[in-house]
Ligand binder design. Structure first.
Ligand SMILES: Cc1cc2nc3c(=O)[nH]c(=O)nc-3n(C[C@H](O)[C@H](O)[C@H](O)COP(=O)(O)O)c2cc1C
Length: 180
């Protein structure tokens, strides 16, 4: 698949078959998080791969938004340095960093025949307790991962002409209007 095809056909996966995730495959996916862009290239992130089925069950118990019997999960979060603890700009940049890394994870998973879903609906202190993380680690997203048992169709997306203006606010770009 070309990069464009991978981006276009990626879907949030909420239903998985029971094929085990090979360690070398997840390692490759996690490496795509490692090379993601980050503000100032600070890479303040940590990714905790949940492979153990008992721990995975406990993680799922903390996540009302976690659907399906995924073979694994990744907790993506920020490790704050003492001097930057929760300052607004830093936390905004940090959240963006996790967003970029998560998309790389989801795209890499899809390219390798797996799938997953970004999950923001979780109880942060519950996750921190299960993974035994220090206080300066903030879980930002949980990512389910596994082999999809169905390939969902694309949910409704807005038309390009509804979300793109040209040169100034509100000015429609004519050429986009005939596009699906
Ligand atoms: C920041 C963020 C948080 C999300 N949280 C959840 C969640 O808690 N549970 C869930 O099932 N999906 C969650 N999703 C997935 C979205 O529902 C999904 O991306 C959206 O419906 C579009 O579908 P698509 O990813 O297949 O294009 C989240 C996505 C993002 C980007």
């Amino acid at each position: 698949m070309s990069a464009i095809e991978v981006i276009k056909t990626r879907r949030s996966i909420r239903s998985f078959n029971n094929k085990a995730i090979e360690d070398d495959v997840i390692e490759e996916i996690l490496d795509m998080a490692r090379v993601s862009p980050s503000g100032g290239n600070r890479q303040r992130w940590k990714f905790i791969y949940i492979k153990d089925s008992n721990i995975l069950r406990m993680v799922k118990g903390c996540c009302p938004g976690f659907y399906g019997d995924a073979g694994g999960a990744i907790i993506a979060g920020l490790e704050n340095e003492a001097d930057t603890l929760k300052t607004r700009s830093n936390s905004t940049i940090g959240l963006l960093d996790i967003g970029f890394a998560t998309e790389n994870i989801l795209l890499a998973a899809h390219a390798l025949g797996l799938g997953g879903c970004a999950i923001a609906s979780f109880n942060s202190s519950c996750i921190s307790k299960i993974i035994d993380s220090p206080e300066n680690f903030i879980p930002v997203l949980v990512i389910s991962i596994g082999y999809p048992d169905i390939q969902p169709t694309m949910p409704p997306k807005k038309k390009l002409s509804d979300i793109v203006y040209i040169n100034s606010w509100g000015k429609k770009w004519r050429r986009l209007e005939n596009r699906e």
